[in-house]
Design a protein around this ligand. Structure first.
Ligand SMILES: Nc1ncnc2c1ncn2[C@@H]1O[C@H](COP(=O)(O)OP(=O)(O)OP(=O)(O)O)[C@@H](O)[C@H]1O
Ligand SMILES: [Mg+2]
Length: 413
């Protein structure tokens, strides 16, 4: 019963790495469980801080700072719910402090390095795009010649489209290499075959080595130059049931290959004429309100399950049993105009529309929106449900049309 679980939770202490848009859902869920939450983010205006009992203005990449904090705060667990690099930090710090944790440091490292992950998938026969590892422009030009155009050049240890470029011709290789090496932490880059076709995200949760697939959503992305930036996640996927099945199998194989036996996984699967291939797997919740979408669509509370896993609690299979609640659901991200944000209007009216389950605005007045290039340039998101995916999409679009980001555009010099 809710009262009993609140009693049990009182006093449990959790360190959450990140208080940005990608962690909002988990932080809100932690608040309803009445956990004592210490949230870490280097940005003092991070929107998730409002759900935390304690805010620590520390970078989510500052491993020794996080370890000191976790130790001083005597936390019962750590979690990095929405961003990759801190997933490995959480696993290592938990191990050093003897705390329970859903994944080992080795699994976390495989999940946060695109390069190590590609190598592991290759060893285990998990289908993925053709790739090569390069250190500089000469090698990259030769590799691109072998892989063919278009291809994708990326930094092996970043996310949020940092260091990521779609390369259409040989003349674009040099700049893409520069961008990737600039972002890369290890002076190395990946060149991949560009898989044309559809892309789905498989949101899943593993419990005692059993992989429970939950929402499989179509990932609809922005046009160039914002290559790969998700604008909408929509459920159910439009793919044929057999293709969805193949995507789920690919995600399960990917999770097994990196060693995920407990906790959430988020796998991007590219579905082209040659079948399902794994774009990337992350050992965490999706950073685009995927857990909230799953709850609205299937009644499974992934945020609650992830909290339990981070605290070393059992997650019973019954908590992961999907029951379709609606015919369709989507998360639609908001694209802002360029300029300094003055105010956001129309939120209440949009929220009052039928089927709108949530609206998140990521930025406060004073924030400067630049050109739309990456996930971090998104200004907010709408969660909508409907009798079908089309109805959910229509409702989200209507709500989006009511929300206005008023900006002061600076004079061009
Ligand atoms: N080889 C590829 N073939 C086709 N599309 C790709 C490929 N690599 C990347 N993309 C597109 O770019 C998106 C982001 O790619 P990737 O996950 O590698 O970068 P990221 O920086 O980690 O982004 P994110 O944080 O959104 O996961 C993918 O979801 C996909 O839409
Ligand atoms: Mg990624």
């Amino acid at each position: 019963m809710a009262g009993d679980s609140r009693e049990r939770d009182r006093g449990k202490r959790l360190l959450v790495l990140g208080a940005g848009p990608a962690q909002l859902g988990l932080l809100a869920a932690a608040r309803t469980r009445e956990l004592h939450v210490i949230a870490v983010d280097r940005d003092p205006s991070a929107p998730g801080f409002r759900y935390a009992d304690r805010r620590a203005i520390v970078s989510t990449e500052d491993e020794s700072g996080i370890e000191r904090l976790a130790s001083a705060e005597r936390v019962d667990g750590l979690i990095a719910p929405g961003i990759d690099w801190p997933v490995a930090i959480s696993a290592r710090v938990a191990e050093r402090l003897g705390l329970p944790h859903p994944i080992t440091p080795e699994t976390a490292t495989l999940s946060t390095s695109k390069l190590r992950q590609r190598e592991r998938f290759a060893e285990r026969g998990v289908q993925q795009p053709a790739y090569e590892i390069c250190a500089g422009p000469r090698e990259a030009t030769q590799a691109a010649g072998r892989i063919g155009f278009p291809c994708v050049i990326k930094a092996p240890d970043r996310q949020g489209q940092r260091g990521l470029t779609l390369v259409r011709t040989a003349s674009e290789v040099g700049e893409a290499v520069r961008v990737a090496l600039d972002a890369s932490r290890i002076a190395t880059l990946l060149i991949e075959e560009h898989v044309a076709g559809r892309e789905v995200t498989v949101n899943a949760f593993s419990s005692d080595g059993h992989f429970f697939p939950l929402t499989v959503t179509d990932r609809l992305t922005a046009s160039l130059p914002a290559f790969g930036v998700a604008l909408t996640h929509v459920w159910p996927s439009e793919l044929e049931p057999a293709e969805i099945g193949a995507a789920v199998e690919a995600a399960a194989a990917a999770a097994a290959a990196v060693g995920i036996e407990h906790g959430p996984s988020y796998t991007q699967v590219l579905v082209g004429p040659e079948g399902a291939r794994v774009g990337e797997l992350a050992a965490r919740l999706g950073g685009g309100h995927d857990a909230e979408l799953c709850r609205a669509a299937l009644g499974v509370d992934l945020n609650a399950a992830a909290l339990s896993a981070a605290l070393g609690e059992e997650v019973p299979a019954a908590a992961l049993a999907p029951v379709a609640r609606v015919g369709g659901a989507c998360v639609r991200f908001l694209v802002p105009p360029v300029g300094e944000l003055r105010e956001v209007t129309g939120i209440e009216e949009a929220f009052a529309l039928e089927g709108i389950r949530g609206i998140r605005i990521y930025r406060r007045p004073g924030h400067r929106f630049g050109e739309f290039r990456r996930g971090a340039d998104r200004a907010g998101a709408i969660l909508a449900v409907g009798d079908s995916r089309e109805q959910a999409l229509e409702r989200a679009a209507r709500a989006e049309g009511m929300i206005r980001f008023e900006t002061d555009v600076e004079a061009l010099v």
